[in-house]
Design a protein around this ligand. Structure first.
Ligand SMILES: Nc1ncnc2c1ncn2[C@@H]1O[C@H](COP(=O)(O)OP(=O)(O)OP(=O)(O)O)[C@@H](O)[C@H]1O
Length: 233
């Protein structure tokens, strides 16, 4: 839990390029992205629609590999790990909050949040307890036994946030984390982000169109023409 004692680099991109070669024409989205995120640091990434934010986030999380360049998580290069090791790395070091939640519909909120702990081999009782503590933290203690279909969009979003945080990851990758939330709930989530960054040294990469959210982070980077540049707001 002493991640903040040593201010270490949790995530790094070195000259990252990405070209999609799936259609009739190649689409180059990233052209030399450089990024370093240290423990306890909160970085917002903004950019116009189609600028490549989701593409970058997927690569930071090891869901896709760069066409050129390198991504390091906790000092390890993702492309050099086999698929199984990459999965382990995702589970141990990263937390994800996707735009579309990806909750498992047949499981309760509590079971969804417990899932990454069960994958790690934590006992069912312990995983369930941690899940319920985390759900209470995001204001959903009363909804722990509900299935996703019985929750509102904002509540599902908060379940996804609880699931990303329950493993105490070194770095959390968030795609529009407050997209479906009212201002008060969004502010509550922002407070949690700050507490985790300062208390546990968790690093955050937050992709958003919400400039109010972006302004509350330590740094704002804009994805423009395939590169990240500092934005002063
Ligand atoms: N699998 C794919 N094959 C081909 N092109 C793709 C693929 N995925 C994304 N793209 C293209 O890459 C570009 C960047 O897409 P991406 O989803 O990363 O943008 P974004 O900045 O997240 O956009 P938004 O803010 O609208 O979510 C777009 O032009 C998109 O059409």
């Amino acid at each position: 839990m002493n991640k903040c004692v040593i201010n270490k680099e949790v995530l790094r991109c070195i000259d990252v390029h990405k070209t999609y070669q799936e259609g009739p024409e190649d689409v180059t989205v990233l052209q030399g992205v450089e990024l370093s995120v240290r423990s306890g640091e909160r970085v917002a990434i903004v950019g116009s629609s189609g600028s490549g934010k989701t593409t970058l986030l997927n690569m930071l999380g090891g869901l896709d590999l760069p066409s050129k360049g390198e991504i390091q998580v906790g000092g390890e290069t993702l492309a050099q790990l086999g698929e199984r090791k990459r999965d382990q790395m995702r589970n141990r070091k990263l937390g994800f909050v996707y735009q579309f939640h990806h909750l498992l519909s047949e499981f309760t909120a509590s079971e969804n949040v417990a899932m990454p702990l069960l994958i790690r081999g934590v006992s069912r009782t312990e995983a369930q307890q941690s899940a319920e503590t985390m759900l209470t933290r995001v204001g959903l203690g009363q909804r722990a036994q509900h299935k996703p279909a019985e929750l509102s969009g904002g509540e599902r979003q908060r379940v996804a946030i609880a699931r990303a945080l329950v493993t105490d990851p070194a770095c959390v990758l968030m795609d529009e984390p407050t997209g479906n939330l009212d201002q008060t709930t969004a502010q509550h989530i922002q407070q949690m982000i700050v507490e985790l960054a300062q208390g546990a040294g968790t690093g955050f990469v937050i992709v958003t169109h919400d400039l109010a959210l972006a302004r509350q982070q330590d740094r704002i980077l804009q994805l423009n023409q395939g590169r990240l540049e500092a934005l002063a707001l």
